[in-house]
Design a protein around this ligand. Structure first.
Ligand code: NDP
Length: 384
């Protein structure tokens, strides 16, 4: 039986990897919806290759271009935020949520409401509205599977285990572009320098977030939301080779690590085939060729975002939505040249401090509107 699947954010780094996996095994799937943003040529080509029912760009003004690019293909063209949410809500057995940023939350919720599997790469939605997503998933009988490599690794290492036996979990971080820079050079780091990654090929935003470790800070919160593990039991370890993605350590002294080449097709493919395992086009691990793996403690003077993550988890309520939006705004400002690399964390921290006193800050957002409220306040407060 063919499975109906959709990919939200198909034109991005994760989306392209998802499309690659589906294309290799197209007879097994019926592709419902593919969505993208500005890259219309790629979206149309993907829709043709996968014979998608509908292709949607998030931008109204690009509808004409998308229609023209899809002419004769049999794929419906649509545009705009509402169209994107409607496409996400089309019945499907498996939906990959790979839009970048808080913009992924509403389509992700729409997909969850159908009760299938939501393979979640969009960590921002869990950070902004973990409780809301879990409730929506539960109400619809849906399953949320992790696609972030560290969380897929934890999920795999936890199979057959109970959290009671777990002492702590560790997610690894490559350290990003500035791992070995002298601290005093960071203030002068350019966008181009921050947009390179030692091991992973990813979208620009997550690559810069890796250099600042805002990405890892988001992942620590994501781990808490996914697995319900207390903040004091989630550790971060710098591991420059990015071969071990996560480690689960048990009270009996045993630790189970997940290893693999840094290739997102493993985590996406695992979620695609779950609960089975099927062969994937991922390079086999050659430990002898690697020779050695190295580790070090993260230095929070270099990466203050890790401290902020702990503060966000301690605060709870709307802190995640405020943190994510402030981080997105600070990143926009850094990319636009309005602030320095080292200004991002202090700005996020100042926004968290300023909004902590607002009524309702300590309460989990219970609706999309509430998330949007905190998101807008936070962006406004952070903007340079
Ligand atoms: P990219 O920037 O490469 O791709 C983002 C996708 O979202 C593109 O399809 C883009 O369209 C689309 N998009 C951008 N803005 C909007 C919007 N406002 N509304 C709707 N769609 C939009 O990101 P990545 O693939 O790197 O990351 C995607 C998500 O996965 C993020 O949440 C990231 O944190 C997470 N993730 C990424 C990993 C990676 O290896 N890249 C690893 C683990 C998690 P277009 O390009 O056409 O404009």
């Amino acid at each position: 039986m063919t499975r109906r699947i959709s990919i939200l954010g198909a034109t991005g780094s994760v989306g392209i990897s998802g499309v690659d996996l589906i294309r290799r095994d197209l007879d097994r799937y019926q592709v419902v919806a593919l969505t993208g943003g500005r890259n219309i040529a790629r979206l149309a080509q993907q829709a043709r290759d996968l014979r998608a029912e509908i292709a949607v760009t998030a931008h109204d003004d690009l509808l004409g271009e998308l229609r023209a690019a899809l002419e004769g293909s049999g794929t419906i063209a649509a545009a705009g935020r509402e169209a994107l949410i409607e496409a996400a809500a089309r019945p499907a057995d498996w939906v990959l949520s790979a839009i970048v940023g808080a913009a992924g939350l509403a389509p992700g919720l729409a997909a969850l409401a159908q009760g299938g599997v939501l393979a979640l790469a969009n960590k921002e939605s869990l950070v902004c509205a973990g409780a809301l997503l879990r409730q929506a998933g539960k109400a619809a009988g849906a399953t949320i599977l992790p696609v972030d490599s560290e969380h897929s690794a934890l999920f795999q290492a936890l199979q057959g285990e109970t959290l009671d036996s777990v002492k702590d979990v560790t997610i690894t971080a490559s350290g990003g572009a500035f791992r070995d820079w002298p601290l005093e050079r960071l203030a002068a780091a350019t966008v181009a320098e921050a947009s390179t990654h030692p091991n992973w090929a990813m979208g620009q935003r997550i690559t810069i977030d890796s250099a600042s470790m805002f990405n890892k800070a988001m992942e620590v919160i994501e781990a808490r939301e996914f697995f319900g593990i207390g903040p004091d039991r989630i550790k971060v370890l710098v591991h420059p080779e990015s071969i071990i993605h996560a480690v689960v350590s048990h009270h009996d002294g045993g630790s189970i690590a997940h290893l693999g080449a840094p290739d997102m097709r493993h985590a996406i493919g695992y979620a695609l085939n779950w609960p089975e395992r099927r062969p994937l086009p991922v390079a086999a691990l050659d430990l002898a060729a690697l020779g050695s793996l190295t580790f070090r403690q993260p230095d929070e003077r270099r990466w203050p975002a890790l401290r902020l993550a702990r503060e966000v988890m301690a605060a709870g309520g709307a802190a995640g939505a405020v943190f994510n939006a402030a981080k997105e705004q600070a990143l926009d400002d850094f990319i636009a040249g309005r602030i320095r690399f080292t200004d991002m964390a202090p700005r996020v921290e100042a926004t968290l401090a300023a909004l902590a006193g607002q009524p309702g800050f300590g309460i989990d957002p219970a609706s999309l509107d509430e998330v949007h409220h905190w998101d807008a306040l936070s962006r406004e407060r952070t903007a340079a």
